[in-house]
Design a protein. Structure first.
Lengths: 252, 268
């Protein structure tokens, strides 16, 4: 026990200490992952995860290819204003992947590192770098890169501006997602808000059931004729099948 | 001589609620300082502010002569903390956790490994090197948290309820270690509800209630203060820390002595 209560022997420079801390946290993440394999059924979980990677890759490359082609098509036909559509789809995708992969893999709470002599700048960098490696950010970034490539192919002169705008857009989405997570976490940390939230969820789910039943009753009572558009669509879709044609009784 | 810990007007608010109000502490180097108070008095909030886990709303903190806000890194390298929730990483083994903590404090690998072995041996955890922390008992986790808090040889150690849920044998090990640290010149700042242990270990006590510091000094000074304030005191009677605590808190709350005698008469 020679070291206890003695002078601190470590006299690293701040930059050397930062580098060591980054390495140590990377090592910590690795050990947490490796030790998680010691649980019963952990190997099976790992295999399932590895098998799900192609699906995840499809979830990333599919929308990215789509976004790239869409932006090429829209810019090459001077329909730049419609670029908002793929951008909105990316926002939804970003949030959807975030929800569907939020529970994947063992990790740790980065806020527990605050007690160590960690520079605020390093702590922020660590949070950001670990945050950037999550599936939603990777997928969203891939889509935005594909969009900027699509724009560049359609109109090379637009590329620098498009890249700058999409970079700002990506930063905003990352910060927006972080803000929502932090706010929700903080908000749900209080018992009263948790209870309120549960109550609202319950009311909404019950409300949906009432609305569905009410709508069904009204639907049974009033057999409104289908809209002309639907009638045309059905005729177009099933031109030769009599059974699927619009009900002739409605038009008598 | 610089105080080991000193605070001036330390205040922390959570919305409208004032958890800690205008606390002025002075802990001399080498003191075993007990920080007491009933549940919700503001002990943990104070310790979180003193260790940099929570920013004060107002007031200042000086640790070893350094302003905490301006020199947070230097201060954190010289203090050790056993937080209320222990903050261990359950998916590591004990030796992995100690290695992680040692290297986060800037120790080289060889020193970390050597100290880890010594600490695990001292804490009777040397036989549990393969076990994950999540499988440890509460007492074992407390011992490990204490080992991690001292691996870098801190000059000041902050302990938030270190004896809560710990059996007599583990408590004995912890006490032995803490006394050894004091003998080597370290300063210990401790919060605990186990007043017998505080009375035996601590040289100085502070009592906080409803966020305000209401008594501070050595046990003799607190005892003298209670005797002076009491109308029917018997100078020959030596009050225990528990009696002092109840009287001091009871006086502030307007309740002299335990309330239980007047209430819950239906309990039989």
């Amino acid at each position: 026990m020679a070291g206890i209560g003695a002078q601190i022997e470590a006299d690293l420079s701040p930059s050397a200490l930062s580098a060591q801390q980054f390495r140590t946290i990377a090592w910590l993440r690795w050990r947490i992952f490796a030790n998680s394999m010691r649980r019963k059924g952990a190997v099976g979980e790992l295999v399932a995860k590895i098998l799900s990677y192609p699906l995840l890759a499809l979830m990333v490359f599919g929308p990215a290819t789509g976004a790239g082609f869409a932006s090429y098509y829209l810019v090459s036909r001077n329909m730049d204003a419609y670029l908002a559509i793929p951008l909105w789809i990316i926002v939804v995708l970003w949030q959807f992947i975030g929800v569907s992969t939020s529970a994947s893999g063992p990790s740790f709470d980065l806020t527990s590192l605050v007690r160590f002599p960690l520079r605020y700048r390093d702590y922020l960098l660590m949070r950001l770098s670990f945050g950037l490696m999550d599936p939603p950010t990777l997928a969203g970034t891939a889509c935005l890169i594909a969009m900027s490539l699509g724009i560049a192919i359609a109109s090379p002169a637009l590329f620098p501006w498009a890249a700058l705008c999409l970079l700002v857009y990506a930063v905003c989405l990352i910060l927006f997602a972080r803000m929502i997570y932090t706010w929700t976490e903080r908000w749900l940390a209080q018992r009263r808000t948790r209870e309120l939230f549960t109550g609202v969820l319950l009311a909404v789910s019950l409300g949906f059931q009432f609305v569905a039943q009410y709508a069904q009753k009204i639907g049974d009572r009033h057999h409104a004729p289908p809209s002309p558009f639907l009638l045309k669509l059905r005729t177009f879709w099933w031109p030769s099948t009599g059974c699927c044609r619009p009900d002739s009784r409605q038009h008598r | 001589m610089n105080a080991a810990i000193s605070t001036t007007g330390l205040t922390r608010r959570f919305g409208d609620f004032v958890a800690v109000q205008n606390v002025n502490l002075h802990v001399a180097p080498g003191q075993f300082y007990g920080f007491l108070g009933p549940n919700g008095a503001g002990k943990s909030t104070t310790i979180k502010m003193l260790t940099g886990l929570l920013a004060p709303t107002s007031g200042s903190i000086q640790v070893l002569g350094l302003d905490f806000a301006a020199h947070a890194i230097e201060v954190k390298r010289q203090i050790g903390v056993v937080p209320e929730g222990l903050a261990l990483f359950g998916r590591l083994t004990a030796s992995e956790y100690l290695r992680f903590v040692g290297q986060m404090y800037g120790l080289d690998r060889a020193t970390t490994l050597q100290r880890s072995e010594e600490l695990l041996e001292f804490m009777n955890l040397a036989g549990e090197t393969k076990k994950l922390i999540t499988d440890f008992s509460h007492g074992m986790q407390k011992k490990l948290a204490l080992a991690a808090a001292v691996i870098h040889g801190p000059k000041i150690l902050f302990l938030d309820e270190p004896f809560e849920g710990v059996d007599a044998i583990a408590a004995g090990t912890l006490k032995q270690m803490l006394q050894g640290m004091i003998a080597r010149g370290a300063t210990i700042f401790l919060t605990s509800h186990v007043l017998e242990i505080v009375e035996r270990l601590c040289s100085h006590i502070a009592i906080i209630n409803r966020g305000e510091l209401i008594a501070e000094g050595s046990i003799e000074e607190l005892r003298a203060g209670v005797h002076t304030q009491s109308d029917s005191h018997d100078p020959s009677a030596l009050l225990t820390l528990e009696e002092i605590f109840i009287r001091v808190i009871g006086k502030q709350d307007g309740v002299e002595g335990p309330q239980a005698e007047q209430e819950l008469s239906w309990l039989g």
